[in-house]
Design a protein around this ligand. Structure first.
Ligand code: ADP
Length: 587
């Protein structure tokens, strides 16, 4: 910190300093005697524009700026899980302890505990040759997750020394000698610049679903493991509940949850609630496989801008160990607004609705960090990172720039609908506007693991729901009597699909999670009624009321209550459906 610049302008989170020759883009600097943390986001001649991650009030022209020569990095290593960080990886509970409820400025709290000793079991031995990404040892980080200590991506060579035992993250646990004979000391702590995606050997095509147990998501609009999806929705439509349900039930091994507060206390709610959530598979705390990045709304906007990169880097690190990771960002609109505010203060040419012209490319860069990958290293390991971003378009208007730019790069769109939420149809995901582009990719998986008829039933069900929307229009104009028996059956099936299948209460212990196989059985139960009924509805004295009164109809409605392994009960239901409905023919 010998050479220093001088502040010439302060505008909220933006500080401009002169005398900054030699400074680099995205270099971290310390601003004023308070040593506020900032990052260079623009350079012109000897002037640098700095976004400051802390409150800048009281800082003014003439004060110093100290370059650090480092870029914005996150610390990676044991201790990440169960942590709650702010946007630049300062542990929230720790800074609160150190600084009180209101975070004072310029305090240095490292992202990972330096004292704590972790039990490391080496899995390699002296003399073995390794490349970046290879696993050197394992640490039981929590009772749910084994943390793999990897060779840093840039190092390769022969192991000269490797240890097992209890170490803190700064102690040397291995020494690797490279081709040039240079020795690299490896610790359990790695640092990685947040804006650079971590390297992988190869990206593969996502070909398996991320199963969440939410029927409308898994069956109708599935997201692939390693894919990217977005949940746009107006305030109160269920973004947070959907994201949290996903965090709780989806079959990813690691969850990274980035919260950008909507209103003052909302993030505080999430911060209080999340650590209490139970992992339904193990009964343990969900936090044991979760990392949270939280921005309360009283934190400076710049920290919000950084938070999604901090979260993505942590998520990639666990992906590199071979885990399936799901990252939820709620809501990315707050991130985009931070981008807009900084851009405005930089006096850049504004694009649509005041957002910077690079909103699209930044959004794409973020979602491109998703993927199913062959991990770096000589070992044949696969990891995945699935990204799910909520968007909160003002007034629910999906034509606004953040939603549009997100839709361009995500392949799944779960459109939350205020009207459905108002009717208390949950999850309030509109089945007419939502879509997925992953069905072709995961069809093979469905055919093999679920049933060869599953994807056909799904297509048919979606078709019926679309037909319903058209028919409703006719019914509104000329009434039910104008419909043919076939059309009437479509309406009945659609109603059953909506009420018995799509409706799902996230707060009901049994209903909250439906395994994929059971989703298929339920869907088949409903579609089976439709298929069998088609054979009888054209009959002369067929009456819809008779059909609806059949005992099996109630059993179909309640089929969600059958157990997750009740295949035989479902088969019985299908047989009984056939028998009862066909019996109407003779009457
Ligand atoms: P948003 O984040 O979009 O503002 P929330 O996720 O907070 O909206 O949802 C608002 C309310 O809607 C919740 O408090 C809850 O009562 C209800 N809700 C949303 N989704 C569901 C669901 N899947 N099951 C039951 N209730 C839901």
């Amino acid at each position: 910190m010998e050479k220093q610049g001088t502040i010439i302008k302060v505008s909220g989170p933006l500080v401009v300093a002169k005398g900054m020759e030699g400074a680099r883009m995205y270099e971290v600097v310390r601003v004023s005697e308070h040593k506020l943390i900032g990052e260079i986001i623009g350079i012109e001649d000897d002037k640098a524009s700095i976004q400051v991650y802390e409150e800048t009030s009281g800082v003014g022209p003439g004060e110093p700026v100290y370059p650090t020569g480092e870029t914005m990095t996150v610390e990676l290593g044991p201790g990440l899980l169960q942590s709650i960080y702010d946007g630049i990886q300062r542990p929230l509970p720790l800074i609160q302890k150190k600084a009180g409820a209101y975070i004072t400025r310029g305090i240095d709290v490292p992202g990972l505990d330096r004292e704590k000793k972790w039990d490391l079991k080496a899995v390699k031995s002296t003399g073995e040759s390794v490349v970046g990404g290879d696993i050197l040892g394992e640490v039981e980080e929590t009772s749910l997750i084994t943390h793999k200590i990897m060779v840093p991506p840039t190092v390769s060579g022969t192991i000269k020394e490797i240890k097992s035992g209890a170490f803190n993250i700064e102690e040397v646990i291995a020494v690797i000698e490279d081709k040039e004979g240079k020795e690299h000391k490896v610790t359990m702590l790695q640092k990685w610049p947040i804006r650079n995606p971590r390297p992988v050997k190869k990206k593969a095509v996502p070909n398996r679903p991320l199963v969440s147990g939410t029927r409308i998501l898994d069956t109708m609009f599935p997201l692939a493991k390693g894919g990217a999806g977005c949940i746009p929705g107006p305030f109160g439509a269920g973004k947070t509940v959907t994201q949290q349900t996903l965090a709780k039930y989806c079959d990813a091994e690691i969850i990274v949850y980035i919260g950008c507060g909507e209103r003052g206390n909302e993030m505080t709610d999430v911060l209080m609630e999340f650590p209490e959530l139970e992992d339904p598979n193990t009964g343990e705390r969900l936090m044991k496989r979760t990392v949270m990045v939280a921005n309360t709304s009283n934190m400076p906007v710049a920290a919000r801008e950084a938070s999604i990169y901090t979260g993505a880097t942590i998520a990639e690190y666990f992906r590199d160990m071979g885990y399936s990771v799901a990252l939820m960002a709620d809501s990315t609109s707050r991130w985009a607004e931070a981008l807009r505010e900084m851009s405005g203060r930089l006096e850049e040419m504004p694009g649509e609705e005041g957002y910077p012209a690079y909103l699209g490319s930044r959004t794409a860069q973020f979602y491109e960090r998703s993927g199913i990958v062959k991990c770096l290293g000589n070992e044949d390991r696969e990891g995945s990172l699935t990204l799910i971003g909520a968007v909160s378009p003002p007034g629910g208007d999906l034509s606004e720039p953040v939603t549009q730019n997100t839709l361009r790069v995500t392949k799944v769109f779960w459109g939350l609908d205020a009207k459905l939420a108002y009717k208390r149809h949950f999850p309030a995901i509109n089945w007419l506007t939502s879509y997925t582009l992953y069905t072709d990719n995961i069809k093979d998986y469905w055919d093999k693991e679920i049933s060869p008829e599953f994807s056909e039933l799904r297509t048919e069900a979606l078709g019926i729901l679309q037909e319903e929307a058209k028919l409703e229009e006719i019914v509104r104009l000329v009434g039910m009597d104008a419909l043919s028996p076939k059309e009437r059956l479509i309406l009945e099936t659609a109603k059953s699909l909506r009420e018995d299948f799509l409706f799902q209460n996230a707060f009901d212990k049994i209903d909250a999670y439906t395994p994929l196989k059971k989703q298929y059985w339920m869907l088949k139960s409903i579609m089976n009624v439709n298929h069998v009924a088609q054979k009888v509805i054209e009959g002369e004295d067929f009456n819809f009321e008779d059909l609806l009164k059949l005992p099996v109809m109630e059993r179909v409605t309640n089929s969600k209550l059958l157990g997750a392994d009740a295949e035989d009960d479902y088969k019985k239901l299908w047989e009984d459906t056939e028998r009862e409905i066909l019996s109407l023919q003779k009457a």
